[in-house]
Design a binder for this molecule. Structure first.
Ligand code: NDP
Length: 239
């Protein structure tokens, strides 16, 4: 089992708030050098904030260059940035569909591709993609979001096959309901509906998603790749 006391260079996209911030904090608490992307929002002390919209390849490239100069090449990438834009299919515009795919799926492609350059040189890397239980079970009004999150599974598993021989793993975390800015906009009745279906009877704390991310990047998970790890209180069992 590989375990290192050396601080690793970690990037969490969308790490300025919500689940991403909890993940970034947990890596930082372990002693890693952690960068987070932001789009102008303040970034908490102890984290390196890099301006980056994941829908813009040039901004992605510039963010990685800045991290390389400060912390060294990214060794652990957590692709977490994501959006929703819910609408029933008949009312969903093509723009609404494409925008969510561009941020959630193509955004992950952009950052993973850029991160892999340094990982291949180092012959070590950890790619962690934050998908969603909705990606596997579907969600009424969330065809764009569910498609983007399901896409991450095929994407990560392809990378697991391409990059495994270079000691680069690619895994997916599939959270259930987590109280963040993303879910705060849901009507209370919808939140109650979701929580009623969770065997553990509650939503996740952001730190519980963070624990899964640091595990997948740890030496203990060195032989895990192409996995989809549900952190959903049992919500998605069977998917
Ligand atoms: P939040 O809305 O709280 O945070 C989303 C984060 O993503 C923000 O940091 C936001 O940046 C960033 N972001 C969005 N679009 C872009 C972009 N184009 N470029 C760069 N950053 C961007 O959401 P959560 O913390 O809840 O979600 C984090 C991830 O977890 C998402 O991928 C989400 O789909 C997933 N997830 C969440 C669940 C939940 O119940 N909350 C359940 C399952 C999965 P900014 O501050 O600039 O807007």
């Amino acid at each position: 089992m590989e375990e290192s006391n050396v601080a690793r260079s970690v990037l969490v996209t969308g790490g300025n708030r919500g689940i991403g911030l909890a993940i970034a904090r947990r890596f930082a608490e372990q002693g890693d050098s952690v960068a987070v992307t932001h789009r102008g929002a303040p970034v908490p002390d102890g984290l390196l904030g890099v301006t980056c919209d994941v829908t813009d390849s040039e901004q992605v490239d510039a963010a990685f260059t800045e991290i390389e100069e400060t912390h060294g090449p990214v060794e652990i990438l957590v692709s977490n940035a994501g959006i929703t834009d819910d609408s029933l299919l008949l009312r969903m515009s093509e723009e609404q569909f494409s925008r969510v795919l561009d941020a959630n799926l193509t955004g992950s492609f952009r950052v993973a591709k850029r991160a892999t350059r340094g990982m291949l040189r180092k012959r070590w890397g950890r790619l962690v993609f934050i998908s969603s239980e909705v990606g596997l079970s579907g969600g009424a009004g969330q065809a764009n979001y569910a498609a983007s999150k399901a896409g991450l599974v095929g994407f990560a598993r392809s990378l697991a096959r391409e990059l495994g021989s270079r000691n680069i793993t690619a895994n997916v975390i599939s959270p259930g309901f987590v109280a963040t800015g993303m879910t705060a906009v849901l009507p209370d009745e919808r939140k109650r509906d979701i929580l009623r279906q969770v065997p553990l009877g509650r939503g996740a704390d952001t730190t519980e998603i963070a624990a899964a991310a640091t595990f997948l990047a740890s030496g203990a998970a060195a032989y895990i790749t192409g996995a989809v790890l549900p952190v959903d209180g049992g919500l998605g069992m069977g998917h």
